[in-house]
Design a binder for this molecule. Structure first.
Ligand code: ADP
Length: 439
C-alpha cells in the first residue's frame, strides 16, 4: 500500500460521518470505494461531490475529502490510484479530561493540571490540518515519517539494528503553528490509523505546571506523569500522541546545563533543570519500544535545549515564519472565510498560482470599488492581497499575527466610519446587522 512499492499512487480518502449517524463503517467504506471506482479522474486534494445521491452515503456522511498525495500532478486518472478509504466519526470538541499532578497530599497551591487528554479524532480539530500552510512540505514529511515507522514496526525490524525513538521536535519562532501542527498531526494519525487502533488520544502536557511551579519537585512530577502515560500506552489497541511544549522558563534553566553537567561530573548537586531533563529522557527512552506512541515536542529555542534531548528526536524540524507565498495563502483563506460568512461581498479571490501569473503581467491599477467588472475586481483583489503579503513578509509576521489581521482590519474600517453607516445601520434578515462590506 505504499506509493514507493507500487506503480500506483496511494490516495487517501477521508470520510467524515455525521454526528449521530449509526452507519456501519465497513459498509460505508465499501460504498465509497465503489463510488471512487465510478470516477474517471480525481483532483488532489479536493472535497468530493456527487456522492450525496447514494442513499446510505447521503444519510450518514458529512464530507468526503481526497487528501494531498505525493503525486506531483493536480489530478489523477482512476487507474493510477490505489485508494485507501478512512471512515471516521469525530467526537465532540469538549471531550477533554484533565488529570492532576497533586497526588502528594500537598495544599491547594498544588492543584495545577499536569496534562489534558483528548479523544481523537475530535471535532474541535477538524480543518486544522488544512488550515496550516508551510512553504516546505513539512506536513507530508511528518506523515511519511510515521508511515516509515509503521512499515518497520510491522516488519518486526530488530530494534538493536535499526532503532528510532518516536520523538519529533518542532522548533522555530512563536506563532508559526507548531502546537497546532502537532494537534493536527495527531488528528490525522487517528484517522489514518483507525484500521489498526480502535481509539486514539492526544495527551498534552501542561509544561508550565511541570517546569516552573514547583521546580525542585519537577523530576518527581515528570516521573508520575509518565507513569500515567505508560498506563495509557499499555492499552495496545489505542494510539497515544504526547505533546510537550518546552517553555522558555525551562530553556532558561537549561541554558546553564553544560555548566551544570560539568558540575555534576565533579560531584556537585545537579541543577533542577538537569533533573527535569534527565527524568524526561529516561522516561522517553522507555517509551521507544512501544509501537502505539508518538512524542511531539515544540520549542521556540532549540539551541538552548540539551543536546541529549535533541539527539533523541528522530525528526528535528525547523518551522519558519511564513514565506510570501504562504502568507498569501493564509490571507486568502481568511478572506474567503469572511466572504463565505457574508461579512464581505462575494468576489473570487485568485489562487496563488493565478496571482503569480497576474503579478508577472499586471500591477493593481484602478481602485477596487470603482471597477464594476467582477473579473477586473477579482484580479485587483488578488494583486493587492499579494502586495499585502509582501509587506507582511517584510515585517516578519507570524501565522498567528496574520490570522488576526481581518479582525483588526474590520475594526479599523468601523473606526473610520465607513462601516458605521453600511454595516451597523440596518438589521439583516438573518439576524446579523448590516450588509456585507465591499472589498
Ligand atoms: P506556535 O506553537 O508555533 O507558537 P500555534 O500553533 O500556537 O503556534 O499557532 C497559533 C495559530 O496561528 C494557529 O492556530 C494558526 O491559526 C495560526 N498559524 C500559525 N502558523 C500558521 C501557518 N503556517 N499557516 C496557517 N496558520 C498558521
Amino acid at each position: 500500500d505504499n506509493t514507493r512499492f507500487s506503480s500506483k499512487w496511494t490516495v487517501h480518502v477521508e470520510v467524515r460521518l455525521k454526528a449521530r449517524a449509526s452507519a456501519r463503517f465497513e459498509s460505508i467504506r465499501t460504498l465509497v470505494h465503489t463510488y471512487m471506482d465510478s470516477l474517471q479522474r480525481v483532483h488532489l486534494p479536493s472535497v468530493l461531490e456527487g456522492w450525496e445521491d447514494v442513499p446510505e452515503l447521503g444519510s450518514s456522511v458529512e464530507r468526503i475529502t481526497v487528501c494531498e498525495c505525493a503525486c506531483p500532478s493536480p489530478s489523477l486518472p482512476a487507474e493510477e490510484m490505489a485508494v485507501q478509504v478512512h471512515v471516521y466519526q469525530p467526537t465532540d470538541g469538549d471531550a477533554f479530561e484533565e488529570f492532576s499532578n497533586s497526588a502528594g497530599g500537598r495544599n491547594d497551591d498544588d492543584d495545577t493540571m499536569a496534562a489534558s487528554v483528548c479523544e481523537l479524532p475530535n471535532r474541535g480539530y477538524e480543518g486544522l490540518w488544512d488550515s496550516l500552510i508551510y512553504a516546505g512540505d513539512i506536513k507530508m514529511k511528518l506523515l511519511d515519517y510515521i508511515h516509515a515507522t509503521m512499515v518497520f514496526s510491522d516488519a518486526n525490524v530488530d530494534f538493536n539494528l535499526v532503532s528510532w525513538n518516536r520523538v519529533v521536535l518542532l522548533h522555530g519562532p512563536p506563532g508559526t503553528g507548531k502546537t497546532s501542527l502537532c494537534r493536527a498531526l495527531a488528528q490525522k494519525l487517528s484517522i489514518r490509523l483507525s484500521h489498526r487502533y480502535t481509539h486514539a488520544r492526544l495527551l498534552e502536557i501542561n509544561s508550565h505546571s511541570l517546569f516552573s511551579k514547583w521546580f525542585s519537585e519537577s523530576g518527581k512530577l515528570v516521573q508520575r506523569l509518565f507513569t500515567s502515560i505508560t498506563e495509557l500506552v499499555e492499552e495496545e489497541d489505542g494510539f497515544v500522541v504526547v505533546l510537550i511544549g518546552i517553555p522558555i522558563s525551562f530553556i532558561d534553566e537549561v541554558e546553564s546545563l553544560t555548566a551544570a553537567r560539568a558540575g555534576a561530573m565533579v560531584g556537585t548537586e545537579p541543577s533542577d533543570g538537569l533533573r527535569v531533563v534527565n527524568a524526561l529522557l529516561t522516561q522517553l527512552d522507555k517509551l521507544k519500544q512501544r509501537k502505539n506512541v508518538l512524542i511531539m515536542a515544540t520549542s521556540n529555542l532549540v539551541k538552548a535545549i540539551d543536546t541529549a534531548f535533541v539527539d533523541r528526536a528522530d525528526i528535528i524540524q525547523y518551522v519558519d515564519l511564513p514565506s510570501r507565498e504562504a502568507i498569501y495563502e493564509i490571507l486568502r483563506s481568511c478572506l474567503c472565510e469572511i466572504i463565505c460568512k457574508g461579512i464581505v461581498d462575494t468576489i473570487a479571490v485568485p489562487s496563488l498560482k493565478q496571482v503569480q501569473i497576474l503579478e508577472l503581467v499586471n500591477k493593481p491599477t484602478t481602485a477596487l470599488s470603482n471597477s464594476s467588472d467582477s473579473q477586473e475586481r477579482s484580479k485587483n483583489v488578488g494583486l493587492r492581497l499579494f502586495a499585502l503579503a509582501t509587506c507582511c513578509r517584510a515585517q516578519g509576521m507570524s501565522g498567528r499575527a496574520l490570522r488576526r489581521l481581518p479582525v483588526l482590519a474590520l475594526a479599523r474600517y468601523i473606526g473610520v466610519g465607513s462601516l458605521g453607516s453600511a454595516y451597523g445601520a440596518s438589521q439583516a434578515p438573518n439576524g446579523r446587522s448590516g450588509a456585507p462590506v465591499e472589498v
